[in-house]
Structure formats: C-alpha cells, structure tokens
Ligand binder design. Structure first.
Ligand code: HEM
Length: 127
C-alpha cells in the first residue's frame, strides 16, 4: 500500500523524485538543467514551498511569479502551455507512484491552479 503524505520527509521524497523526472525530460529538462546550479539548495527550497503550501508552516520565502517570468525571458519566451502540461503530468505521475490519499489530490489541484496562474503572468509580462 502506498503511504499518505504526512510530513516534510514525504514532501522531500516527492520533490526529489519529481525533479529526477524533470531533469531527464527531453522537452523541458534543459530549462532546469541550464538554470539551476545548486540542486541541493533548489530541492530544499521546493520542499519548503510545498511544506508551506500544504502544512501552513512559514518556511518558503520567494516569488514564483518573478522566477518564472525571468526563466521565460532567459529562454526567449519559449514557455508555452505545453511546457506546463508536461510539468503537471510528471507531477501527477510522481504523486501517484509514491503516495495516495487526500493530500495527493490537494497537491494535484494546487499545482494545476498555480500553473494556470504562472502562465497567465508569464503571458502578461511579455507585454
Ligand atoms: C505548473 C506548475 C509549476 C509550479 C507549481 C512551479 C513551481 C516553482 C517554484 C515554487 C519555484 C521556486 C521559485 C523561487 O522561489 O525561486 C520554481 C522554480 C523554477 N521553475 Fe517552476 N513551477 C511550475 C512550472 C514550471 C515550468 C513549466 C517551467 C519551465 C518550463 C519551470 C521552470 C522553473 C525553473 C527553471 C525554476 C528555477 C528558477 C531559478 O532558480 O532561477 N517551472 N518553480
């Protein structure tokens, strides 16, 4: 039986497994591999992000909108809904592979919402 997502360690496993898939992805891996230099730091930051999101602790300090607008700019506006679709598919696949239960559904829903929001902001930032 797969386990429930209950704590930071679970989220760290989720984030680590997810980014292994992201980095190996032929279509979107390079955005990450060419941007992120310190992977330990990035995985900690993303674990903070999801821990803050799911368990209402105050750990993540950052601005995902600015971060993604900058990535889109650096890669000559090459982020499209297709890139978000691939990202979300890998997120869902990782969640289903490792876990089950209510928090799986919450994390799917929050990522989908955030993807829409990030993309709308990218689009707007292009002017
Ligand atoms: C669909 C939902 C997505 C979510 C929830 C998400 C979430 C995040 C978060 C929380 C960060 C950390 C921001 C910070 O504080 O620095 C981040 C960074 C990053 N994201 Fe996303 N992301 C999504 C989609 C994407 C897509 C589609 C791409 C590219 C195709 C992407 C590329 C990146 C890169 C390259 C960074 C590192 C930025 C840096 O450190 O300079 N993300 N993402």
């Amino acid at each position: 039986m797969r386990k429930q997502i209950e704590n930071r360690d679970d989220l760290k496993l989720l984030v680590t497994t997810f980014y292994d898939k992201i980095r190996a992805d032929e279509e979107i891996g390079f955005f990450f591999n060419e941007t992120i230099t310190d992977w330990d730091e990035h995985l900690e930051k993303l674990t903070d992000f999801w821990e803050t999101n799911l368990f209402a602790v105050k750990k993540y300090k950052g601005n995902p909108i600015l971060a993604h607008n900058a990535v889109d700019k650096r890669f000559d506006q090459r982020i499209t809904p297709n890139e978000f679709g691939i990202w979300l598919n890998l997120w869902f696949a990782t969640l289903d592979e490792l876990f089950e239960g209510e928090n799986v559904e919450i994390l799917k829903r929050r990522a989908r919402k955030m993807g829409t929001f990030l993309y709308m902001n990218i689009f707007e930032s292009r002017g």
